[in-house]
Ligand binder design. Structure first.
Ligand SMILES: Nc1ncnc2c1ncn2[C@@H]1O[C@H](COP(=O)(O)OP(=O)(O)OP(=O)(O)O)[C@@H](O)[C@H]1O
Ligand SMILES: O=P(O)(O)OC[C@H]1O[C@H](OP(=O)(O)OP(=O)(O)O)[C@H](O)[C@@H]1O
Ligand SMILES: [Mg+2]
Length: 283
C-alpha cells in the first residue's frame, strides 16, 4: 500500500482532504482517527501535523505527503517536491516596522529576525552572505517587533492584513512563492507505479478544476478558424450536423478564458455555444 501523509489541521488540511476525496480516496470518518486504510485504492492515509509531514516523508517511513513548499524547505529533510497542487498559495516575505529604516537585504545584517521558519530564512540569508540573529517563534510573529524581541520579521503573507494591523511593511522581493505540494520520499522511485496512479488522479482533479468542456456549432467553412481559437489538448472533436453546412465542435478550454473564447468564437461565426463543468478527468 502507498502510505500518504495529509495535514490533520491548519490552512492546508481541508483543501487537501477535498482533493483526495475528489480523487476517489476514502477519508477518515471522525476527527480522532489518525490512520485510514483504503484497501479499495491500495493506500493508507496518515493524518499528521503539517510541520511534521516532511520529516516522515524525508525519512521514508511514509512514501508521499501533502504539505506547503515553505514547510518542506524549512524542514531539514531529504523529501522531494513532486507535484504542485494549486491551492494554499502564499508568499514568504520580510517585513519591518513602517517607521524603521530597514528596506534592503543588506539592512538585515546584524539585526534580529523573528520567524517560525528559521531554516528557510537562515538558508536564504546565508546564501546571500548576510548574518542575522534568527529568533524562533511559533506563531503571531507580527507582534515580536512591537514587543521588542526582534527588529524585523519573515513570515507567510497572504492578504497582508495581519502585517498592516501590526504596523509593518514588506520590503524586498518575496523570499519564496509557496503553495501546497505533493512531496515524495527519497526512497521512493520517481516512477513508482503507485505514485504514478496517485499523481494521475490528482492531476485529473486539477484538470477538472481548471478546464471546462465547450460545445458549439460552426459553419463548416469556418471550422479551421474556430479550431485556431480553441485548439484543445490534442485536437477538438468535430461532428457533422443534419444541416451539411454546419458542424458541431467539442473541446476542453481553460475555465478562466471561457468568456474571452466565447466572444472570439461568436465573432468567427460560432452559435449555440455551451459550457459544461467537468466532474472528473484523466488526461
Ligand atoms: N493565510 C495563510 N496563513 C498561513 N498559512 C498559509 C496561508 N495561506 C497559505 N498558507 C500555507 O499554509 C501552510 C501553513 O499551514 P499550517 O497548518 O502549518 O499553519 P496554520 O494554518 O497557520 O496553523 P497553525 O499556525 O495553527 O499551526 C504553509 O504552507 C503556508 O504557506
Ligand atoms: O496576510 P494575511 O492574510 O493576514 O495572513 C498571514 C497571516 O496568517 C498566518 O497566521 P495564522 O493565522 O496562521 O497565525 P499564526 O501566526 O499564529 O500561525 C500567517 O502566519 C500570518 O500571520
Ligand atoms: Mg499559522
Amino acid at each position: 500500500m502507498l502510505r500518504i501523509a495529509v495535514p490533520n489541521k491548519g490552512m492546508l488540511s481541508e483543501p487537501a482532504w477535498n482533493m483526495l476525496s475528489e480523487a476517489g480516496y476514502r477519508l477518515r470518518s471522525n476527527p480522532r482517527q489518525l490512520i485510514v486504510e483504503d484497501h479499495d485504492n491500495d493506500i493508507e492515509l496518515f493524518y499528521l501535523r503539517p510541520l511534521d509531514i516532511a520529516v516522515y516523508v524525508g525519512r521514508g517511513t511514509i512514501d508521499v505527503g501533502i504539505t506547503g513548499r515553505d514547510l518542506l524547505l524549512n524542514s531539514d529533510t531529504q523529501a522531494v517536491e513532486h507535484l504542485p497542487l494549486g491551492f494554499g498559495a502564499s508568499t514568504f516575505r520580510f517585513a519591518a516596522p513602517n517607521e524603521s529604516s530597514i528596506s534592503t537585504l543588506e539592512d538585515i545584517d546584524g539585526k534580529r529576525v523573528a520567524s517560525s521558519y528559521d531554516k528557510l530564512v537562515g538558508d536564504y540569508l546565508h546564501e546571500r552572505g548576510i548574518e542575522a540573529d534568527i529568533i524562533h517563534l511559533d506563531g503571531a510573529v507580527e507582534s515580536s517587533v512591537q514587543l521588542g524581541v526582534a527588529d524585523l520579521i519573515a513570515d507567510v503573507v497572504s492578504t497582508g492584513t495581519t502585517l498592516r494591523n501590526a504596523g509593518l511593511r514588506i520590503f524586498e522581493e518575496p523570499i519564496l512563492h509557496s503553495e501546497a505540494v505533493l512531496i515524495r520520499s527519497p526512497r521512493l522511485e520517481e516512477n513508482d507505479e503507485r505514485l504514478t496512479v496517485l499523481q494521475r488522479r490528482l492531476q485529473g482533479v486539477l484538470t477538472a478544476q481548471r478546464y471546462v468542456l465547450m460545445d458549439y456549432d460552426i459553419p463548416v467553412s469556418k471550422v479551421a478558424a474556430a479550431v485556431d481559437v480553441t485548439p484543445g489538448f490534442e485536437s477538438p472533436t468535430i461532428s457533422p450536423l443534419h444541416d451539411k453546412q454546419w458542424a458541431a465542435v467539442r473541446v476542453m478550454v481553460p475555465r478562466e478564458k471561457v468568456n474571452n473564447l466565447m466572444d472570439r468564437l461568436y465573432d468567427v461565426g460560432a452559435r449555440g455555444i455551451i459550457v459544461t463543468a467537468l466532474q472528473a478527468s484523466r488526461i
